[in-house]
Write a protein that binds this ligand. Sequence first.
Ligand SMILES: Nc1ncnc2c1ncn2[C@@H]1O[C@H](COP(=O)(O)OP(=O)(O)OP(=O)(O)O)[C@@H](O)[C@H]1O
Ligand SMILES: [Mg+2]
Length: 226
Amino acid sequence: MDDEPSGLGIRDLVAGHGRRTVLHGITARIPRGRVTAVVGPNGAGKSTLLDVIAGVLAPSGGTIDRRAGRPAYVVQRSAVPDTLPITVRAAVEMGRWSRLGPWRRLTTHDRAVVEDCMARLGIRELAGYRLGEVSGGQRQRALVAQGLAQESGLLLLDEPSAGLDTEARQRIDAALDHAAGIGVTVLRVTHDAAVAERAHHCLLLRGGRLVANGPRVIAPPAVTSP
Ligand SMILES: Nc1ncnc2c1ncn2[C@@H]1O[C@H](COP(=O)(O)OP(=O)(O)OP(=O)(O)O)[C@@H](O)[C@H]1O
Ligand SMILES: [Mg+2]
């Protein structure tokens, strides 16, 4: 992997919420074109790490080298309101907004990308439903499709498969493998030991510190959610 350009370099990263420091000096290299799993117990700082990498939380120290460009970020499910009055298709289309002109008119190509991302997640038949009308798992698939639709070189996903059925989990795995296969740096938080085991690379966080970092999983997550 050393011959590949690094997807994401993190050095001495310190960050927290308010006065409280949560991440205590994280240094890691996250490979491009690979799926990296971030594991660790509740409260370890996984979401905080993704927030900092995504640029929604400013670090108080350290550096992030985002060679992959502006990240796409699929946040942890509980952070998304359920009642947005838009359709599933419109939600996925929002993934294209940063590429559109001032009138937000989608091109034929944009529409094709949106359809492809919905197909990958198995939600094309839900395209016309409002987000508030579909199930939690279906909404989660729409948000993952929105992340994919951004076609960013850096895709961050916080527990994207939590609470999903087997078919949806498999679709997400396949979609993320596909993204990695075309050169995307994929970073996914998970509490699922099987997901961590099949990832190419794994970061284990505990108490805001990186306790293991390497190809495939080093140890199963200490705590698993139901
Ligand atoms: N908005 C916030 N304000 C204050 N403290 C916060 C905030 N968000 C998280 N924290 C604290 O930061 C620490 C790390 O939280 P974080 O959400 O990053 O953990 P996590 O590893 O993602 O956990 P989980 O597996 O439960 O999602 C926790 O102790 C939490 O209480
Ligand atoms: Mg979290």
